[in-house]
Ligand binder design. Structure first.
Ligand code: G6P
Length: 586
């Protein structure tokens, strides 16, 4: 979701902005733009579509200061007018977030004679800052006062045509970091945007204002200069290279055995499991998350309830934040998030903290907002995940939850951790091309499963639909006959997941019901279940592992299948239309 980059320094800002925007592409966007200062004038270039369009439209130019933006439309259509940067009067800005009271502010400004070109809340923010600046020519004071006028979330990068040595930034609830180098300083939504130049950075906190010049970064809290800790981003540039893989998603699928092994070495082999929070003291756990992280949470529910004997309630974060909560000091709220910046999940953490309950984050991005705000954080250490559709981060979220369940259970029968990387290495090498060809021709497809298999099916279905654009639905197998079975017709592909031995027969009955109505059933199951061939048209068989770890291996063929279907259909696999990797608005 919207990405911000800004630079002031000795180098030419323009290629730095373009390179930075390319590195932010993974967040999801539909248009892009830059603005820089040349002879005290703002030059702005914007284009719809890919950054390449913007790049090729640029003429050779030079400037030491500029800002750039990838826009993921929220207010107003995808067009050049709505694209950032926006200039109003003296102020040129890029914005990530949502100014919730922008209509009220806009009316106020219309009455004062301001006109608007775009439909965006961001142009209103630019106009409002300009309006304040016209009254008090102290830009620092003006930016510090924004918190009194703007409701919602914002990360803002700002330049003024007559101040070509200073880049300004402020934020509330949207991510923004400040990069520091000897050749100049940066603002960015995320570190990958600036890693080519520096791995030193500092974190801007809510309501702080930063003033960057080529040699200096000053951060103010309520107009008082404050000292911020300079941090080092621990990162291997190669991680973000696609290597020999055609897509990041494929690379990330293939990285799963390695990252899983590292996690197991750390917590199981090196006996660091005691370092993980012990959940025994809680009566109830609420897990909050969005998208695939929510699906990981659902798996966690089954595992923690089954093996850890604690009641777990899993909720979509955007729902949890607006419902009545039944939590007390015996409740733990777990927030799962790859990016650590998902606005709804972050809001849930804050609500839980208002209730005074303990919070635990299961997060990938180090020092992200959720990681910083929870009482306790477990980093999954998946490394950089670029493809919008998550694979390796999802898997490590599930592994973390399985490890927490194992820690509660102390059941040696569930300790097949050492087998896991071996089975995964075998699975990631498989292909399902013939099946993928059949699925690629479908308009609708269904997944079914019961209990934990239902949770796995939800993730498999999401993976397929988000990257291949095939309409895919998941049903709890037992619920089918209460309506949805009317959708089953001759040749309809139904992918059935059957791994849970104790209820395999129940799902098999449901499979027979859809087969009787003409469905083409693809069964995903474990070797040991020995399901007879009258129950399926095609079968994907997976090696056995202890029950606790089954969900970690079952998803792999379905990730690969989704990838292959999307490839056959010629989809933009790493950057599916309309999607953003880091969803920083609600
Ligand atoms: C987006 C991504 C998903 C992700 C979800 C939650 O929708 O495309 O892959 O699961 O956000 O993101 P988070 O960073 O909180 O895990």
């Amino acid at each position: 979701m919207c990405g911000i980059i800004g630079y002031v320094g000795n180098k030419n800002a323009i290629p730095i902005l373009i390179e930075g925007l390319k590195k932010l592409e993974y967040r999801g966007y539909d248009s892009a733009g830059i603005a820089y200062i040349k002879n005290q004038k703002i030059i702005t270039k914007k284009k719809k579509g890919k950054i390449k369009n913007l790049e090729t439209s640029l003429e050779d130019d030079n400037s030491n200061i500029g800002i750039g933006h990838t826009r993921w439309a929220t207010h107003g259509k995808v067009n050049v007018t709505n694209c950032h940067p926006h200039t109003v009067g003296d102020i040129t800005l890029v914005h990530n977030g949502i100014i919730e009271n922008y209509e009220k502010l806009k009316n106020e400004l219309l009455n004062k004679g301001y006109n608007f070109k775009s439909d965006t809340d961001s142009e209103v923010a630019a106009a409002y800052i300009d309006y304040l600046y016209k009254q008090d020519k102290d830009i620092l004071k003006v930016l510090n006062s924004c918190k009194n006028y703007f409701k919602g979330s914002y990360a803002l990068g700002i330049i003024l045509h007559d101040k070509d040595d200073s880049l300004y930034a402020l934020r509330k609830d949207s991510p923004l970091i400040i990069g520091i180098s000897k050749d100049g300083n940066f603002i960015a939504s995320d570190m990958p945007a600036i890693l080519k130049y520096t791995n030193s950075y500092l974190l801007l906190d809510n309501d702080e204002v930063a003033v960057l010049t080529k040699n200096n970064v000053l951060v103010y809290n309520n107009l008082k200069p404050i000292t911020k800790k300079t941090l080092t981003f621990d990162y291997n540039e190669e991680e973000s290279l696609k290597d020999e893989y055609e897509h990041y998603m494929l690379k990330e699928i293939n990285e799963q055995p390695k990252v899983v092994k590292e996690f197991i070495t750390k917590y199981i082999d090196n006996k660091q499991i005691d370092k993980l929070p012990n959940l025994k003291k809680y009566n109830k756990i609420d897990i909050v998350a969005c998208g695939s992280a929510y699906h990981a949470g659902l798996i966690g529910k089954y595992l923690i309830e089954e093996f850890g004997n604690i009641e777990v309630n899993v909720e979509i974060a955007s729902e949890y934040r607006y419902k009545k909560l039944f939590i007390d000091n015996k409740t733990l709220v777990i927030a799962i998030s790859q990016s650590g910046e998902t606005a709804d999940t972050l809001a849930c953490v804050r609500i839980a903290k208002e209730y005074g309950v303990d919070t635990l984050g299961i997060v990938n991005v180090v020092a992200s907002s959720i990681a910083r705000e929870v009482d306790n954080v477990i980093y999954i250490n998946a490394g950089c995940e670029i493809a919008v559709a998550t694979t390796k981060a999802y898997l490590l979220q599930v592994l973390t939850l399985a490890t927490l369940a194992y820690n509660l259970a102390h059941d040696d029968k569930q300790n097949d951790f050492s087998k896991l990387p071996i089975i995964l290495s075998k699975l990631v090498k498989q292909n399902y091309y013939d099946l993928a060809k059949k699925i690629a021709k479908q308009e609708h497809i269904f997944f079914i499963g019961r209990n934990i298999d239902y949770a796995i099916a939800l993730e498999a279905s999401l993976k397929l639909k988000e990257i291949s654009y095939i309409h895919s639905e998941t049903y709890a197998a037992g619920e089918l006959k209460h309506g949805s079975i009317s959708l089953i017709d001759k040749g309809r592909i139904v992918i059935a997941i059957v791994t849970k031995k104790s209820i395999a027969d129940k799902t098999i009955s449901n499979i027979k019901e859809v087969k009787a109505r003409g469905a083409y059933v693809v069964l995903v199951t474990l070797k040991s279940l020995n399901i007879t061939s009258d129950c399926y048209d095609e079968i994907i068989v997976i090696d056995d592992i202890c029950e606790l770890l089954v969900p970690l291996i079952t998803i792999i063929p379905l990730q690969i299948l989704a990838y292959e279907v999307a490839k056959i259909r010629g989809c933009d696999i790493d950057k599916p239309r309309n999607l953003a990797k880091s969803v920083t608005v609600e």
